[in-house]
Ligand binder design. Structure first.
Ligand code: ZN
Length: 255
């Protein structure tokens, strides 16, 4: 079909690729997204309070629920899927400039993506951080305390309130991380947005940064995005099949 011909025409020739991934890439690994029909917030609106820094700081009940939710998160048992693996292949072939992700599940690293390319703009659930002194602790260590009966484990150093090392609503993004993402968007030949609705800043703006500097834009997402009109191709097919096929076109392995 026409779209495939377009992709086959330019993908083998793109130099460096910056990828942006959202929740859609992890749903095949069994991790529900937030706002979709099966989404966490759609099914349980009170869950949103756990992701809002004001409620989290003010309400011990919210924190206790948040710790249980972290302990029970699907990501601990989830395996990376074919889409995560395809990005590892692009990286190993030297074609990946950066892998910016809105996801906090750490599945890109579990698949084998290198720390040098992964930019987690919303942080990671695999560490805990103290909101008073900034001490970072591997999350499993803190969850062991939760399992042992501490329902809101304080910082081991200063006694402060801890949370996952993610960006909650009401918290600023890490400026260094954001700068790295913007530079990666500006410096690529192809910006590939995967499984993200491109409605949340700054992720959405990264598309524009790339396109304004002449990069191609390809979007793989189940639903429409505000940037579809700017894209060289929009693919509304299952990510677990589409991304490996696209990587195959880039690498000339013809899948
Ligand atoms: Zn502390």
């Amino acid at each position: 079909m026409e779209e495939s011909e377009t992709l086959a025409g330019f993908l083998p020739n793109v130099g460096s690729i910056t990828v942006l991934t959202g929740a859609g890439i992890s749903t095949d690994s069994g991790i529900p997204d937030f706002r979709g029909p099966q989404g966490v917030w759609t099914k349980d609106p009170t869950a949103e309070a756990m992701s809002t820094i004001g409620s989290y700081l003010a309400d011990p009940d919210v924190r206790r629920r948040a710790w249980r939710s972290r302990r029970d998160h699907r990501a601990w048992d989830a395996e990376p899927n074919a889409a995560h693996t395809a990005l590892v292949e692009l990286e190993r072939a030297g074609r990946l400039r950066a892998l910016i992700t809105q996801n906090i599940d750490g599945l890109h690293q579990r698949a084998g993506s290198g720390a040098g390319v992964v930019i987690e703009i919303h942080g990671t659930m695999r560490d805990a951080v103290c909101l008073s002194c900034g001490l970072r602790t591997p999350m499993p260590e803190v969850l062991t305390r939760v399992d042992a009966g501490e329902d809101d484990p304080p910082c081991a150093d200063c006694g402060g309130i801890q949370k996952s090392a993610t960006i909650s609503f009401g918290q600023a993004l890490d400026q260094d991380v954001l700068d790295a993402a913007i530079i990666a968007a500006r410096e690529c030949d192809l910006f590939l947005a995967v499984g993200t609705s491109l409605t949340v800043q700054p992720a959405a703006g990264l598309c524009l940064e790339a396109v304004e500097r002449g990069a191609r834009l390809v979007i793989i997402n189940a639903s429409e995005t505000p940037y579809d009109g700017l894209a060289d191709a929009v693919l509304r097919r299952p990510i677990g099949e589409t991304l490996p096929r696209l990587a195959g076109l880039v690498l000339g392995t013809g899948r």
